[in-house]
Design a protein around this ligand. Sequence first.
Ligand code: BGC
Length: 718
Amino acid sequence: MEFKANWIRPAKDLGDVCPVFKKEWKIKKPLKKVELYLTALGVYEAEVNGKRVSGYVLAPGWTAYEMRLQVQRYDVTELVREENILTVIVGRGWMRSPMPGFVEAEYKKKRMEQPCGLWGELHLTYADGSKEVLASDETWEYGESAVRFSEIYDGEHYDATFDTTLWSHALRLDWQTDILMMQEGEEIREIERIGAKSVFETPAGERIVDFGQEITGYVEFCVDAKAGERIRILHGEVLDKNGNFYRDNYRDAKAEIQYICKEGGQTYHPKLTFFGFRYLKLEEFPKKARPEQFKAVVVCSNIKKTGHLSCSDPDVNQLFSNIFWGQKGNFLDIPTDCPQRDERLGWTGDAQVFVKTATYNYDVEKFFTKWLHDMAAHQRKDGGIGQVIPDLLDAGNPSAAWGDAAVICPWQIYQTYGKKQILEDQFDCMKKWVDYITGATTVPYLWAGGEHFGDWLGLDAPSGSYKGSSREEFIATAFYAYSTQLLVKAAKVLGKDAGEYEQLYQNIVETFRKTYPEYLTQTEHILAVHFRLAKDLQKTADDLAEMIKRDGSQIKTGFVGTPYILHVLSEYGHSDLAYTLFLRKEYPSWLFSVKQGATTIWEHWDGIMENGDFWSADMNSFNHYAYGSVADWVYEKAAGIRPLEEYPGFERVLIKPMADKRLNWLEASIDTRNGKIASKWICTPDGIRYEIETAVPAEVEIGDMKMEVAPGTYTFWG
Ligand code: BGC
């Protein structure tokens, strides 16, 4: 697509107020089609003749803006009349936000000082076949909008009494246009509206709205008010142990809505920001508030649900629900760590940990493709991958298990969806990451040195530390080996010569074995088995099982060990123990947070402790999907839907369920690119009944029984 338009900006600085840009035009002859191409420095909402041009919210999304900025195309033919007005409000969005909360003031200032800009083209195709392009230039106007303030973390202020009456000509903005590209990711949309469950008063006398579910998005409220009356709303995820409103864990994110009412009935929701919340505190609100006045609008990338999990235990079903909600809440254009506090960043480690589950739960091929392209764009010259993508923490050192997202994520996308293109696109980035480690280590064939997050939040962390006790260089080397191995596999898929990396892989494994003759923690055992580094895999898995039992049949793992722990146990004959950990309801466990009332996955196993205290105020998110990665064990091991590496995209599968009588039944299904694959087991007085549905040829293994089946539905007894 050849674009012609110039960037434009307001002629003067409007401070906190979001500008609205305007283009008026008249139609002189019969039209066939009108297309609008639009993007902005910030986020925008566009209307033609007072009607929104699309359901896309927070456009143009979040990319590596200096290199890649998405342009949206809207067909607005239906909205066009003889005399037309296009208006576009532009907010700070991600680009001009001072995010994140914990960086230097100087850096924040620099981000905030970037100019507000709009870029647009109206393409008119007339009935007679002729064409005309109205491109943004100085004929477009701007004024102050009713959005008086808008920012990703701090929220939005809106004055419904404000009318834009003063319009001036916009100026040209000198900004790159070679960064423009057509929309590549999924659109961000309002996907659901949830009514408030209750409005109540806390012991501290606060007025609270409860939606009964933590979501990411914004509230839509309707109110009957006098002009000038004010509404102030704060957001919170949980109540404290006394039942009062709590928001210390949002840290510096104000997450506040201010709204000046116009006269009469009105409905409003923020346009250019979002929040992670379950509760609202009505600091100011006219009259008595009723639940019917509030809806939580769920905003998420438009990903299609493909996975289904359920079983006979209501707590486990709540866990499943929390996992899906955790994904919806953190798949808002990029995979974020959390949606509420002054962070909301594309932490690479979190995405790596969760990517397999993510691909089974939803179709995220397009979503990850865009993010991985941004990763490649932001890869540092030396091949290092930042801690977050888009990489706005330039100074952050690449960490093992975080940077490895560069290899693990594209490989997983290829495995689940079966298209080589993602490997093609990312191969260079994958290779440069492995080369980065080779160049960065102080000891060949290990990853020695560097700064790492270790087994982040591992429960075996020494007091006062966020990092579990597993040795950082052990983890780093294990991931070095794993990434190198995946790189070799990717090279083979693409028909590239991988000899050099095969040798490198052998050398890493050998050196790893010599350097680490024994494993000290749960996570060290897990990585040694899962990445097939231990010489004796079975013995290492048995040792892990013993260690877990000695630890009181409890997980001690953090971000790095948790995603694989149950896989390793089930794979090596300890399925029983895997279920013990999975079904455990006391702390620490997946179900502890469920027992504590969680509706999404928590950052900490004990975000709210047994006694009702919080883990901390400074780092305690109640919507952090990482530990939700347990779902891929449920799909693959509990229900037994296992992809076969040589048949990417589920062209052929192994179905090997592992039932456990502590549940009466369990079922899972995935709508793969090759059709639906479903597996259910039911414990009956006559034995265990297995119901299998497969759209592809499958190898079925139930106990000692092994057979090959054609696509179809089957029942087996075991
Ligand atoms: C984020 C994590 C992230 C970590 C890295 C945190 O603040 O929320 O999920 O991976 O930092 O250390």
